[in-house]
Design a protein around this ligand. Structure first.
Ligand SMILES: [Zn+2]
Length: 318
């Protein structure tokens, strides 16, 4: 019988090949363990609670704080409106995985098709999931110069923003069979991209980020004075409505008054700073302690930037 003798020079390359295969296998395993598969996102690991607000109207309510290290945790709230012949969703969260989650959630409630996605304003936490709607051929409705603003301001958090494909600039009614949904432009929180979504038959309104409930608002792209006026007008027009804010628990018009009160406080601080001729640093230092009444608010990281915006918009104003 012929015996094969292994030549010593062949052993080293074989050992190197085995090591390489093991390393690739280990790396692939580590990667698949550290990145959660987006298609398997559940409401639970997105830290969202599905709440029925009225027949056929649902909120996906986020309980997270901001900033948040968990990439799967939704930052803002989302909405689902079901009519006789179709569905409309509001805000697709900050990633495509979360956008898919809201569309998948619809399928657990109804077999009617999603006909529209409405984006309440341009910020990344509401628009990063737009790709989910685009992939499914669902038109994405927006207001104002969202395309330009996303490219100018969102890239840090959303490097591949999905641009708008249907822009509205006036009040618009969408009929989902017999159910009317009214989209109304409003001002104050962003550079004229805010929309509120109202369902008259059940008196429910999705306010987008014109309302932060039990959270400090994000106002860097806003205008404090315009926002105050909008809050007064919304509180008057929708005094008995149920409200789903952009951030925070479901509420009613009292929350609009509370946010207006918070902005009033910023305004009066800023007027004070003006009178005392404070520099921006002196102003912020003088008010840096969060008042007791807001101690249970989330998004505390935004408080200092709220002071800064108030200084720039009101103290510096001629
Ligand atoms: Zn937001």
């Amino acid at each position: 019988m012929k015996r094969y003798k292994i030549k010593p020079w062949i052993i080293l390359p074989i050992l190197a090949l085995i090591t390489l295969v093991c390393l690739i296998g280990w790396q692939t395993q580590t990667l698949s363990q550290s990145v959660a598969p987006v298609s398997n996102l559940s409401l639970n690991n997105a830290q969202l609670t599905l709440e029925e607000i009225a027949p056929g109207i649902y909120g996906l309510i986020a309980d997270t704080d901001f900033p948040n290290d968990d990439p799967n945790a939704a930052i803002c709230n989302g909405g689902i409106i079901i009519g006789d012949d179709g569905v409309l969703v509001i805000d697709l969260f900050q990633t495509k995985g979360l956008g898919n989650l809201i569309l998948n959630t619809v399928k657990t409630i109804t077999d009617k098709p999603v006909r529209y996605a409405i984006i309440a304003h341009f910020h990344f936490d509401h628009t990063g999931g737009n790709g989910a709607a685009l992939t499914q051929g669902i038109p994405i409705l927006w207001r104002g110069k969202i395309r330009e603003l996303m490219l100018e301001k969102n890239l840090e958090y959303d490097p591949n923003p999905i641009p708008p494909n249907l822009i509205i600039n006036d009040t618009v009614s969408i009929w989902l069979g017999d159910r009317q949904v009214i989209l109304t432009p409003a001002s104050g929180h962003t550079l004229k991209t805010d929309l509120v979504v109202y369902v008259p038959d059940v008196n429910v309104m999705f306010t987008g980020d014109l309302l932060f409930n039990e959270r400090f608002p994000y106002i860097v792209d806003g205008n404090i004075k315009e926002w105050q006026k909008t809050l007064i007008s919304l509180e008057k027009t929708y005094s008995n409505a149920k409200l789903i804010p952009g951030h925070g628990p479901i509420t009613d018009s009292l929350a609009l008054g509370k946010l207006k009160h918070y902005l009033d406080r910023l305004e009066s601080l800023a007027m004070d700073w003006k009178e005392q001729k404070f520099s921006e640093e002196e102003a912020i230092n003088s008010a840096s302690t969060i008042p007791e009444v807001y101690q249970n608010y989330k998004f505390k990281a935004l408080y200092q930037s709220n002071l800064k915006t108030a200084y720039q918009q009101i103290t510096m104003e001629n």
